[in-house]
Design a binder for this molecule. Structure first.
Ligand code: AQP
Length: 332
């Protein structure tokens, strides 16, 4: 069947238990594209190994991340859900694109600088070329849009530069993708260091709320969230902790920042934090329930992975053959 819809691509690393940052900034928005776009959503396990992983945990989280995709509303019949390492074309195109990516531009990537500082004992070449693999992920499917949190915007912009550079030499090869950053929840901050992004690999458990945290844990983490010595509940640059909580509540309830400020006018931080915790726990409850059912059925998850990998490979092969032909590789 001819499918003329635009293409949406995004991915999540199985590098830790997912947070409400991953959810509100990215996954929650994925189902929005299902009806009007041809959607590819990938569990990017090859990206995850740029940082050392424990093999059994990586395997377990790969299943869990796929189950979470489905639990968050992605129907495997309507979206191509798959695991990156099941489609070798990602790695193959990444090598080719490495030859069209500049050392200088990769050196400027904020995530590379941050992760190099965090993992000073393992600044491997994969960490450096991570954005090139990401470009391959996106360009393989000729994606028009890439829904991501704001931290990944720089990588999508680099993907655009690489695609443009390649297209100038070999016209008409790649669709140049557009990053789509959600207007709310684009950057959820740590509950303990609100000037830092909430990250699933943060070793401080109180800093992150995980999609699978139980109700009491969610409420406790919000109760412990860092605020300030003031008592006003309002968004302000000099109140990063409170501003982050308002943003989270706004994403969860759909209320505007103004509405939230008015609703909590005159109330204390303790009541406010309890309300954010309750609302967040309510949002997560149905996702967790569905997730548990899905995770209990590995056979089903494997059938989704297999079908997704076959579908993805079909589209990936088409792009890769075109690239190989344009470059002058001999085809047998
Ligand atoms: N705090 C966040 N707020 C909003 N969006 C976020 N994303 C991540 N953190 C936040 C978005 O989630 C998607 C998947 O991210 P990823 O797994 O590919 O890698 P990441 O951006 O490096 O996420 P983490 O949680 O910080 O992982 P680790 O700790 O392993 O590095 C992306 O769209 C991302 O923007």
């Amino acid at each position: 069947m001819l499918d003329n819809r635009q293409v949406s691509f995004s991915g999540v690393q199985p590098s830790g238990n997912l947070t409400i940052g991953n959810y509100l900034g990215a996954i929650k928005n994925f189902p929005y594209y299902t009806e009007n776009y041809k959607c590819f959503y990938c569990v990017v396990d090859e990206h995850a190994i740029t940082v050392r992983q424990i093999p059994a945990e990586l395997r377990r989280r790969t299943y869990e991340t796929l189950a979470l995709y489905i639990a968050c509303g992605l129907d495997p019949e309507k979206n191509t859900l798959y695991v990156q390492s099941h489609v070798p074309a990602h790695a193959e195109l990444a090598w080719i694109l490495n030859c069209f990516s500049m050392f200088g531009e990769l050196s400027r990537m904020t995530q590379f600088k941050d992760k190099s500082a965090k993992h000073a004992d393992n600044i491997n070449a994969g960490l450096f070329t991570y954005p090139v693999l990401m470009a391959a992920d996106i360009l393989l499917y000729q994606a028009d849009v890439v829904p991501v949190g704001v931290d990944q915007k720089q990588h999508v912009e680099l993907t655009r530069d690489i695609a443009d550079r390649f297209n100038q030499l070999y016209p008409g090869t790649f669709t140049v993708p557009q990053p789509i950053i959600s207007t709310s929840g684009a950057k959820i901050m740590s509950l303990q260091e609100p000037d830092k992004k909430m990250s699933k690999s943060d070793p401080n458990e109180n800093a992150v709320v995980r999609i699978l945290d139980d109700r009491d844990t969610v409420i406790r983490k919000f109760r412990r969230a860092v605020t300030d010595s003031d008592s006003e509940i309002r968004v302000s640059e000099d109140k990063p902790g409170v501003s982050n909580l308002i943003t989270i509540l706004s994403c969860v309830t759909g209320k505007t920042h103004d509405e939230i400020e008015r609703e909590f006018d005159g109330q204390g931080y303790a009541e406010f934090k309890a309300a954010v915790g309750e609302a967040c726990a309510d949002m997560l409850a149905p996702v967790q329930e569905r997730y548990k059912e899905l995770l209990a059925d590995r056979g089903y998850l494997e059938s989704v992975m297999k079908k997704g990998a076959e579908e993805a490979a079909y589209y990936a092969r088409k792009t890769l053959s075109k690239v190989r032909r344009k470059l002058g590789f001999v085809s047998l």
